[in-house]
Design a protein around this ligand. Structure first.
Ligand SMILES: [Zn+2]
Length: 344
């Protein structure tokens, strides 16, 4: 049993008082050491993505834009708060390259599963548009790597960052070889403002984008119920060759950016279930890729818990417990989701 850890903390891609800064995972290796996990993991040192790997998911204009902003010392990449420093182009390439290396190890059978702890995150980066603290789309590049370099026919991407994975949705919106499922908070004025039930893909990709728009305060039970009753049967039906998971820890109730109400125990059960599904449908091939999560303690415990699950253990840490508020019922949402017509 080999579990891969790729660490690309992008220390020089950082901004003072910005939630997506280098302190998020800079110390994650010693943290994992404190949990006694390091001896059980194989650590891969990331190499930068090639131009070709980037061009599979982004147009050249976007890639050149990041490069030129970095070359002139950094600046803002969108009208919001997505920044680059002088080093960001190279560091964002490392995040993509590291994700693809972990994917290679799993597809070549050198590892069973893995977790790419990379920055900057990627799931808001569209084919030709940058937003949401994301530069290049790490998980989308890993999906294309699986298909192009390892002949994977069907790739599943499950995104359960609290924000909708609009970048990943955009890249695969017309594609029937990648099933994209995003479970996210969907509320007025909540970023990125898309990800409704009715966005389902187009042309050949019609039906291969599935959005699960949660109300605020859905909590552990809602997430786990939708996974069990809707998402799991869907993944089994699609029968992917590998499962890729965009995981963000900003759905935790302590996170400053959202209010989805998950606990660390909920994250652990959710991750264990996904690993269990991968064991059933694709010989356990599963790669987690880090997206958001802006509360450092939650990140450390949450990441440690995913590694426990990847190593096949039931143990997890949850010093913070569940949220205090009552959880929202998801019965109506589940009914809507189950009434969908699917092309597969
Ligand atoms: Zn997020």
């Amino acid at each position: 049993m080999t579990t891969i850890l790729v660490h690309a903390p992008a220390v020089a891609h950082t901004k003072l008082h910005h939630p997506e800064n280098s302190s998020r995972i800079a110390n994650i290796i010693p943290d994992l050491g404190k949990f006694g996990l390091l001896g059980d993991l194989e650590i891969l040192h990331p190499k930068p993505a090639t131009e070709k790997q980037l061009q599979r998911v982004h147009n050249e204009g976007l890639i050149d834009f990041v490069k030129s902003v970095s070359q002139r010392g950094g600046g803002l990449l969108d009208r919001g708060d997505t920044y680059a420093t002088a080093d960001s182009y190279e560091l964002a390439r490392l995040a993509v390259g590291g994700s693809c290396m972990a994917l290679d190890a799993i597809m070549e059978g050198r590892a069973n599963n893995g977790f790419a702890l990379v920055r900057p995150p990627g799931h808001h980066a569209e084919r030709d548009h940058i937003s949401g603290f994301c530069l290049f789309n790490n998980i989308a590049a890993a999906a294309r790597q699986a298909q192009i370099e390892h002949n994977a026919d069907r790739v599943l991407i499950l995104d359960f960052d609290v924000h909708h994975g609009n970048g990943t949705q955009d890249i695969f919106y017309e594609d029937d070889s990648v099933l994209f499922i995003s479970m996210h908070l969907f509320a007025p004025y909540f970023y990125p403002g898309i990800g409704s039930f009715h966005e389902i893909g187009t042309r050949k990709g019609r039906g291969y984008t599935i959005n699960v728009p949660f109300p605020p305060g859905v909590g552990d039970r809602g997430y786990l119920r939708v996974l069990k009753e809707f998402v799991r049967p869907l993944i089994e039906r699609f029968d992917p060759d590998i499962m890729l998971v965009s995981i963000g820890f900003d759905a935790h109730w302590r996170d400053p950016l959202a209010m989805a109400g998950l606990s660390l125990a909920g994250y652990a059960s959710f991750s264990q279930s996904l690993i269990n599904i991968a064991g059933k449908v694709c010989e356990g091939r599963i790669l987690f890729v880090l997206e958001g999560g802006y509360q450092r303690d939650v990140l450390s415990y949450g990441i440690a818990n995913v590694f426990e699950a990847l190593l096949g253990r039931d143990s997890f840490y949850d010093p913070f417990g569940p949220m205090i508020e009552e959880e929202r019922d998801v019965s109506n949402l589940l009914e809507d989701l189950k009434s969908r017509d699917l092309p597969f």
